[in-house]
Design a protein around this ligand. Structure first.
Ligand code: PGA
Ligand code: ZN
Length: 434
């Protein structure tokens, strides 16, 4: 009853208006599952390959008809008849069919679409909610949301060099209250920006995208918004993802908006001075993906007092995460399903991180869709943190709303991850500015 009977796919649009892959899987028992694959803009160089047609006559070369054809013509005949309940076997088969290290033959977008749509179909067959199907009876943890409310870098066309400035409503009692706090701070930020005559247009992840003269001003604006909304830093703290891989040129971090360049050591100094003065509890990609020395320095200097999340350097890949663990780099790992390309491999990366004290932070991409798989996924792994953009724009809000429904459905069994999700920043020594 749970054997894969058909696999189909089509080209649909993501939140930036670019094409992406949607996959539909049907089982012989009649159950169906569907998934849409997201897409990044500031991608890591070692990410699994997102296959694009490159035909300039369609979508500026960004069409995904080749990936769609790979699903229907190459993958489908090979997975029809497989049991959708055996996710590991399916994902292994998908990797074998591709046969490359980085899924460049069939495309990670084609492969992930099949992996997730099949998981959904199997879930339908069990009659369970997706978080319970994936995570079992122990899947009860609602994540601290990382709400990206001020967008710069590759996600906005402004003078702000650093990519993401986030609210982390970590000290609230429930997910619903955390989301309320995040949303109220977001609205307060709009008022703060208006009050200063700054733009309130929005970037790719729904955060505001004002032009500022200094990157630090963005943090000051967030601090002001938290106060204006009436929250303490023990309730709402700040997270950053500067995405500096895009800033590194000839060994220097070029802050174009500020007209200055920093060495790795100077960038670590900058983060330290910000940690001393602002309630920053999470720093993702404090260093560029290839600056392993800088990453080591950063981790030695600040790893005891703040969450250091590896994104571009690890790209959800167990081998790269293992390298980071061996080198003593970072202390948490970002999990983006399309960076690696199958559900099973993403879960392996989560397990590897956990075995070495690296908490997972599940994440959306800047190009998102109405698909809410990651909301169920983060609960399934009791992940504790979900990075999902601003509480604005439906492709972001869809995930937050799904989490509200899961929290309600779990009732008394629901646990909000809260401050315990960020153990390093929770230590009294780290509470500096609060
Ligand atoms: P991306 O960026 O989805 O555009 O790659 C998100 C991030 O860097 O975390
Ligand atoms: Zn990132």
């Amino acid at each position: 009853m749970t054997l894969i009977e058909s696999v189909s796919a089509q080209e649909v649009l993501d939140s930036r208006g670019n094409p992406t892959v949607e996959v539909h899987v049907e089982l012989d028992g009649g159950w169906e599952g569907q998934a849409i694959v997201p897409s990044g803009a500031s991608t890591g160089i070692h990410e699994a390959v997102e296959l694009r047609d490159g035909d300039p006559k369609r979508y500026g070369g960004k069409g995904v008809l080749t990936a769609v054809a790979n699903v229907t013509d190459v993958i489908a005949p090979e997975v029809i008849g497989m049991d959708a309940l055996d996710q590991v076997a399916l994902d292994r088969r998908l990797c074998e069919l591709d046969g490359t290290e980085n899924k460049s033959r069939l495309g990670a977008n084609a492969i992930l679409g099949v992996s997730l749509a099949s998981a959904r179909a199997a879930c339908e067959a069990t009659g369970l909610p997706l978080y319970r199907y994936l995570g079992g009876v122990g899947a009860v943890t609602l994540p601290v949301p990382q709400l990206n409310v001020l967008n710069g870098g590759a996600h906005a066309q402004t003078s702000v060099d650093f990519q993401e400035f986030m609210f982390l409503p970590w000290g609230m009692p429930t997910f619903a209250e955390a989301l309320r706090a995040g949303s109220e701070c977001f609205q307060a930020l709009r008022a703060v920006l208006r009050g200063r005559g700054l733009h309130t247009g929005q970037g790719d992840e729904g955060g505001f995208a004002p032009s500022l003269t200094r990157n630090e001003e963005a943090v000051e604006l967030l601090v002001e918004a938290i106060a204006r909304a009436g929250y303490t830093h023990a309730q709402v703290a700040i997270g950053l993802d500067p995405a500096p891989s895009a800033l590194l040129k000839d060994g220097r971090y070029v802050l174009k908006g500020e007209g200055r360049e920093l060495t790795s050591a100077e960038l670590v100094d900058l983060w330290e001075s910000w940690l001393d003065r602002y309630p920053i509890v999470s720093l993702e990609d404090g260093m560029a993906e290839e600056d392993w020395d800088g990453w080591q320095l950063l981790t030695r200097r600040l790893g005891e007092r703040v969450q250091l999340v590896g994104d571009d350097n690890f790209v959800t890949n167990p081998k790269l995460l293992q390298k980071g663990i061996d080198l003593g780099v970072a202390n948490a790992v970002l999990i983006k399903l399309n960076q690696i390309g199958t559900l099973t491999e993403a879960m392996e990366t989560v397990a590897l991180g956990r075995a070495h004290g690296y908490n997972p932070v599940v994440s959306h991409r800047s190009g998102e869709t109405e698909d809410t798989f990651i909301a169920d996924f983060v609960v399934a792994i009791n992940g504790g943190q979900l990075k999902d953009g601003a509480p604005s724009r439906s492709e972001r809000v869809a995930k937050y709303n799904r989490l509200l429904r899961i929290e309600r459905e779990l009732g008394g069994a629901a646990v909000f991850a809260g401050r315990a999700a960020l153990p390093r920043a929770s230590a009294p020594a780290a509470t500096g500015a609060r």
